[in-house]
Design a protein around this ligand. Structure first.
Ligand code: ADP
Length: 274
């Protein structure tokens, strides 16, 4: 019997189009045999790959990359940005945080602020939360009628199809932790004077809505993961694996773009700078 190669992290964590998703069946502690002791070296290699690929993306100028991060409070969206996306040259990478919409934003359609923030060709944009909040927090808190948020899955798919068809690679990451891990992280925020500022009593109210959020995440993952703009469910209880997985998946997807450097001027070989 021949050994079959292990599927890539990307393949294992991708939500296939049309799949039904039961998050209780995804293990937030999964590491696929990766060890913490090797993680620093593995992440450094992933980060080096990303640095090189972003340089190519910028030089090549024909594609854009949009990275979407979602997850319950404390799942690690900020930490992922810090550890993984630190690979990118800030020139050519924007991080956009989606907060409670401003009156100006609420006066427009829900995709307006997302569309304004999409990356131009040659660049990466990272959405820290995103237009998906409009089928998550908005659904859980009933901020619009159900008929309105239900239409949004199709509207989001159409919007993302427009982006992918016009040269944007979209990669979406749902950072999965469990309730116990969230409890520990919230408690750590309370206990550590340097982290206390991050704690808000509203986090506790949101925590009570855990099941409602999980149902909303499941429907988002089921309805909005076409192969052109897939969701990945990232086991995120272990921060080191979360970082490694996201770096690996983004780098693999950018590799697939086969980004050559632009042609240099002819005749440069003969030139010696005096
Ligand atoms: P974060 O938790 O991302 O670090 P904040 O503490 O400022 O930052 O939280 C941003 C808040 O904005 C979150 O509670 C999020 O659910 C909320 N939010 C984002 N988009 C929307 C939206 N479209 N409608 C209502 N609330 C939103």
């Amino acid at each position: 019997m021949t050994d079959r190669p292990e599927p890539s992290i990307r393949k294992r964590l991708r939500v296939e189009p049309g799949a039904s998703v039961d998050l209780s069946g995804w293990d937030p502690n999964e590491t696929f045999g990766h060890q913490k002791s090797a993680a620093v070296t593995e992440l450094a290699a992933g980060v080096d790959r990303l640095t090189d690929l972003q340089e190519r993306l910028w030089a090549n100028g024909a594609h854009a990359v949009l990275i979407v991060l979602q997850g319950i409070d404390t799942a690690g969206k900020d930490g992922t940005i810090q550890h993984v996306m630190g690979a990118f040259n800030p020139q050519g990478c924007d991080v956009v945080a989606f907060k409670v919409p401003t009156p100006d934003e609420l006066a427009r359609d829900f995709l307006w602020r997302a569309h304004k923030a999409v990356p131009p060709k040659g660049s990466v944009a990272i959405f820290n939360r995103s237009h998906y909040e409009d089928v998550l927090v908005v659904r859980v808190h009933g901020l619009v009628p159900a008929a309105t948020w239900r239409r949004r899955y199709d509207q989001i798919n159409e919007f993302e199809a427009l982006l992918t068809e016009t040269g944007t690679t979209i990669l979406k990451f749902f950072l999965l932790i469990d309730r116990d891990e969230q409890k520990a992280r919230l408690q750590a925020r309370l206990d550590d004077p340097a982290k206390r500022w991050k704690f808000s009593t509203s986090d506790l109210a949101e925590r009570k809505l855990w099941d409602e959020y999980m149902a909303a995440y499941e429907e988002m993952l089921e309805r909005c993961s076409p192969s052109s703009a897939p969701w990945h469910v990232i086991p995120s209880n272990r921060k080191w694996f979360r970082n490694l997985a996201v770096a690996d998946i983004v780098a693999d997807a950018m590799d697939d773009l086969h980004l050559p450097y632009p042609e240099a001027e002819a005749g440069l070989d003969a030139i010696v700078v005096e």
